[in-house]
Design a binder for this molecule. Structure first.
Ligand code: HEM
Length: 256
């Protein structure tokens, strides 16, 4: 599309092309929204519906609402009685990893390379904070990054050390629609993360990226299957967990 570079540059310079994400976004208008949802459920079915089941379904519903595929979410998860942020980090891939390290992160949990590529297609929605890609735009522009995107990102991130909430859309083409644009983008150097770029060049992942870029339905089918797998990964059932009264606390929270 000949007009595409202009459209996307325009997009980058519009005020809504960057986002200020804050922890207290709903503070003024709906400070207790999470508690309200959980309390409504507790009134209807006390002690039955876990927070993890709510989250698993909310994720699926959000994907569907913004245009993505529907998939079934099996229910009956319990919430964990312990939680440690450090364990989360140890399980997540980072933007500094090589493709082999990322593939290992997934295969160790029984996900194929195809599963991994399909799941990373989730970068068709959402945001990335400047610190995650700043080394691609300062001090010099990474030559694998599309130069116009680099300029737009420099603009968005110019004050990121003062305002660490500055973030850019993951998908510059259609940021709020769940579609296969992420794959089209990364083949053109329009991915924000170094690892998005690696997906588009590594011989193990590039053929899958090309397939999804051409065939949205193939991406949707594989994404749905992989998400069904993710949604049951390591779940706790029976007496291995509890149904939390409050989603942000264990039931016997000594700090409550
Ligand atoms: C392949 C390795 C991956 C790496 C290195 C990676 C890294 C990242 C990073 C650094 C961000 C920005 C976070 C922030 O600034 O707040 C991000 C955002 C995001 N990632 Fe990934 N990711 C990967 C795979 C995945 C997978 C498999 C999924 C989903 C199944 C996923 C879904 C998302 C979503 C939805 C966002 C946007 C979050 C938001 O808007 O708050 N990513 N990713």
């Amino acid at each position: 599309m000949a007009y595409y570079p202009i459209l996307f540059l325009l997009f980058l310079t519009l005020p809504f092309s960057s986002a200020k994400l804050t922890l207290d976004y709903y503070k003024a208008k709906c400070p207790d929204f999470e508690k309200i949802i959980k309390n409504a459920l507790e009134l209807a079915c006390p002690g039955i519906v876990s927070c993890s089941d709510i989250l698993a379904q909310a994720t699926r519903d959000l994907v569907k609402m913004v245009g993505g595929p529907y998939y079934k979410v099996r229910l009956g998860r319990k919430d964990s009685r312990d939680s440690d942020a450090k364990r989360v980090d140890a399980n997540l891939p980072t933007t500094k990893m090589t493709m082999s390290q990322i593939i290992d992160k997934f295969t160790v949990k029984n996900f194929t390379i195809r599963d991994m590529v399909a799941l990373t297609g989730a970068h068709t929605i959402g945001f990335t904070h400047c610190k995650e890609f700043i080394d691609r735009i300062y001090p010099i522009i990474d030559p694998t990054l599309h130069p116009k995107l680099a300029i737009g990102l420099r603009h968005i991130c110019q004050n990121y050390t003062l305002d660490t909430s500055m973030a850019a859309f993951n998908d510059v083409r259609s940021p709020s629609t769940f579609d296969n644009a992420f794959f089209k983008n990364i083949l053109k150097g329009l991915g924000l993360l170094t690892t998005d770029y690696l997906l588009s060049v590594d011989p193990r992942t590039r053929p899958i990226v090309e397939e999804y870029a051409k065939d949205q339905q193939a991406f949707f089918v594989d994404f749905a299957k992989a998400m069904e797998k993710v949604s049951v990964l390591g779940v706790k059932t029976g007496n291995k967990g509890e149904v939390r009264n409050r989603c942000d606390q264990f039931n016997n929270n000594i700090h409550a």
